[in-house]
Design a protein around this ligand. Structure first.
Ligand code: XUL
Ligand code: CO
Length: 436
C-alpha cells in the first residue's frame, strides 16, 4: 500500500548536534531517565483532530493545510486514508498512541444508525492496522459540540432530546474506545456551560451533567470498559463559562455529586492559561488530590488570550510539567497528548512532522531537567525546610488537632512569633534556571 505521507521519513534520534529538521535531537525513546525509558516516561499521543482533520481555518481565513486527502470527494474514502495516515505518522514519529473524537475518525451521516455504521467500518480498519502496528489508543471521546443540535449544550442542554442524542453518542464512543483497547475515556464539556445566566438554570444544568456522567460510568461497567474516566477542565471557549472550569472546580463538582472515585483529570496547558493559572498550579492541585490522570501537552500565547493549541516548545513549562508528573509517580494509564496544531501558515505535511518533533524534543528536555532537579533535591530541600516548623513543637501540636483558639491565644501571649524566614523566590527561580 502506498504511503499516505511519502515526504515524511522514519524519524531517527540523531542527537543535539544534528541540524536536520526531520530528526530528533533530544527524544531518544530507549534512553533511560530515572529508571524508565523516555518512551515510558513520556507516553506521547497524537491528537487525531488536529493532526489529521484540522484544515487551517480561522475566523478570518479559509483552509490552508495541504493534506493528501484534500482531493478526495468521498468523505469515507478520506476517513480511511486519514486512519491509515494516523498509523503511518505515529509509527514514523515513534508516537505510541493516538486520541480521537468519534467524529474525527468517521464523518457524521444523515442518521445515527448510518453514522454508527460508518464508525464500525473505520474502527474495523483501525483494528486491522493495529495487527501490524505498535500504535494504540490513549483515549477516546465524543464530539458533543460541533453539531447544531448542541448549540445550547449536550448534557446541559435545555432539550432532553439533545441530552438523549449525546447519551447515544457517548454510549457508542465508549463501545468503540473499548473495542480499540483505549486506556482512558475523556469528557471535555465544550458547550457544557452558558453564555448568559439570564437564560440559564445553572442548578439543573449541573445536576444533569452529573446524571450524564453517572450514566456513562454505569454503561462502562455494563460493557466491561475498565479504562480511566477523565474530565478535561477549561474555563471558557466556546462558552463564556464552562462548568468544568479548572482542576479545583472539577474536583468540587465530582465531590458534590459523588463521582470522585471514578474520575481523574486530563489537564491541558492552554486551558490552564485561559483559567488564569499556570499549568504547574493545575497539576499540583490534581496531584495533591490524587486525581492527576493525563495531560494535553500544548501551549497558548499569553498575548492572544484564546485557545491557540500550539505545540509545546517552552522548556520552562515542559520542565515544570514533568517535575509535577515525576512527583506524581507518572501518569498511570495517561500520557502526553499533543492537543496542538501547526500554525495556519505551517501548512505543509513536513511542518506537521516538524511540529511533533519540536514538541517531543521539548518534553524530552523537560523530562531530563525535571529528573535532575528531583534527584538533586534542589527544590525539595528548601521546601521541606520552609515548613519544618510544622513537624515538631507548636506546629505538630496544631496539626494533631490538640490546640484550640484558647490554647493558641495562651501560646501567643507567652512567646512572641519567631523571626520569619525569607521565601527566597528569586534564588529558587535561579536554581530552576540552572537545570533547564
Ligand atoms: C478543546 C479541547 C478538546 C479536548 C477533547 O479545547 O481541548 O479538543 O481535548 O475534546
Ligand atoms: Co484538550
Amino acid at each position: 500500500m502506498p504511503d499516505v505521507f511519502p515526504s515524511i521519513p522514519r524519524i531517527a534520534y540523531e542527537g543535539p548536534g544534528s541540524d536536520r529538521p526531520l530528526a530528533f535531537k533530544r527524544y531518544d525513546p530507549a534512553k533511560a531517565v530515572g529508571g524508565r525509558t523516555m518512551a515510558q516516561g513520556l507516553r506521547f499521543s497524537l491528537a487525531y483532530w488536529h493532526s489529521l482533520c484540522a484544515k487551517g481555518i480561522d475566523p478570518f481565513g479559509d483552509a490552508t493545510m495541504e493534506r493528501p486527502w484534500n482531493s478526495l470527494s468521498d468523505p469515507m474514502e478520506a476517513a480511511r486514508m486519514r486512519m491509515r495516515g494516523a498509523f503511518e505518522l505515529t509509527e514514523k514519529l515513534s508516537i505510541p498512541f493516538f486520541c480521537f473524537h468519534d467524529r474525527d475518525i468517521a464523518p457524521e451521516a444523515d442518521s445515527l444508525r448510518e453514522t454508527n455504521k460508518r464508525l464500525d467500518e473505520i474502527v474495523a480498519l483501525a483494528k486491522e492496522l493495529m495487527k501490524t502496528s505498535p500504535t494504540r489508543v490513549l483515549w477516546g471521546t465524543a464530539n458533543l459540540f460541533n453539531h447544531p443540535r448542541y448549540a445550547h449544550g449536550a448534557a446541559t442542554s435545555p432539550s432532553p432530546e439533545a441530552f438523549a442524542f449525546a447519551a447515544a453518542q457517548v454510549k457508542k464512543a465508549l463501545e468503540i474506545t473499548k473495542e480499540l483497547g483505549g486506556a482512558n475515556y475523556v469528557f471535555w464539556g465544550g458547550r457544557e456551560g452558558y453564555e448568559t445566566l439570564l437564560n440559564t438554570d445553572m442548578k439543573l444544568e449541573r445536576e444533569n451533567l452529573a446524571r450524564f456522567l453517572r450514566m456513562a460510568a454505569e454503561y462502562a461497567d455494563e460493557i466491561g470498559f475498565s479504562g480511566q474516566f477523565l474530565i478535561e477542565p477549561k474555563p471558557k471557549e466556546p462558552t463564556k463559562h464552562q462548568y468544568d472550569s479548572d482542576a479545583a472546580a472539577c474536583h468540587a463538582f465530582l465531590l458534590e455529586f459523588g463521582l470522585a472515585d471514578r474520575f481523574k483529570l486530563n489537564l491541558e496547558t492552554n486551558h490552564a492559561t485561559l483559567a488564569g493559572h499556570t499549568m504547574q498550579h493545575e497539576l499540583r492541585y490534581a496531584r495533591d488530590h490524587g486525581i492527576l490522570g493525563s495531560v494535553d501537552a500544548n501551549q497558548g500565547d499569553e498575548l492572544l488570550g484564546w485557545d491557540t493549541d500550539q505545540f509545546p516548545t517552552n522548556l520552562y513549562v515542559t520542565t515544570l510539567v514533568m517535575y509535577e508528573i515525576l512527583k506524581n509517580g507518572g501518569l498511570g494509564s495517561g500520557g502526553l497528548n499533543f492537543d496542538a496544531k501547526p500554525r495556519r501558515g505551517s501548512f505543509r505535511v513536513e511542518d506537521l512532522a516538524a511540529a511533533h518533533i519540536a514538541g517531543m524534543d521539548s518534553f524530552a528536555r523537560g523530562l531530563e531537567a525535571a529528573q535532575k532537579l528531583l534527584d538533586s533535591g534542589a527544590l525539595d530541600r528548601p521546601l521541606a525546610q520552609r515548613y519544618a516548623a510544622w513537624g515538631s513543637g507548636l506546629g505538630a501540636s496544631i496539626r494533631s488537632g490538640k490546640e484550640s483558639f484558647r490554647s493558641l491565644e495562651a501560646a501567643a501571649l507567652a512567646a512572641p512569633p519567631a523571626r520569619l524566614e525569607s521565601g527566597r523566590q528569586e534564588a529558587l527561580e535561579a536554581i530552576l534556571n540552572e537545570y533547564l
